[in-house]
Design a protein around this ligand. Sequence first.
Ligand code: FES
Length: 162
Amino acid sequence: MSVCKCGSNAELDPRWEILEDILNAHRGNAGALIQVLHAAQDVFGFVSEEVQEKVAEALNVPLSEVYGVTTFYSLFSLKPQGKHKIGVCLGTACYVRGAAHVLAELEKELSIKVNDTTPDGKFTLEVTRCIGACGLAPVITINEDVYGRLLVEKVKEVLAKY
Ligand code: FES
């Protein structure tokens, strides 16, 4: 495998070469910051500090500005994501119908807190705002699947499907 200019990591992980191609296509173009961060996240699944540093350098943007963007927009993940993403709606309707208890049960079952990923990389637990399914409150999503009127007692059963 060839070694790209972005560092020795490329020898271990071909994703760094893909990132280098993306950066080369936008080098010096500060206006492409969000687009490039998106592309980088598509490649790695999240935007690590190292990736952000490389983006800042290539686009000639202050690192503080890159951090500002990645921390402001919730669509950017700063940590590795699990294979299955769980979203617990804490919108008003869901909250009133016990979403906090469902969330607590998920935290207990998975032994992680919100915004964490299980050590085996299987699940990432997040909270969401209303997803427009209030009639089914409380609602959680796992990847593209929606589980409504979810009872705390059913949490284990739902997780077992994954
Ligand atoms: S409040 Fe949860 S879906 Fe609307």
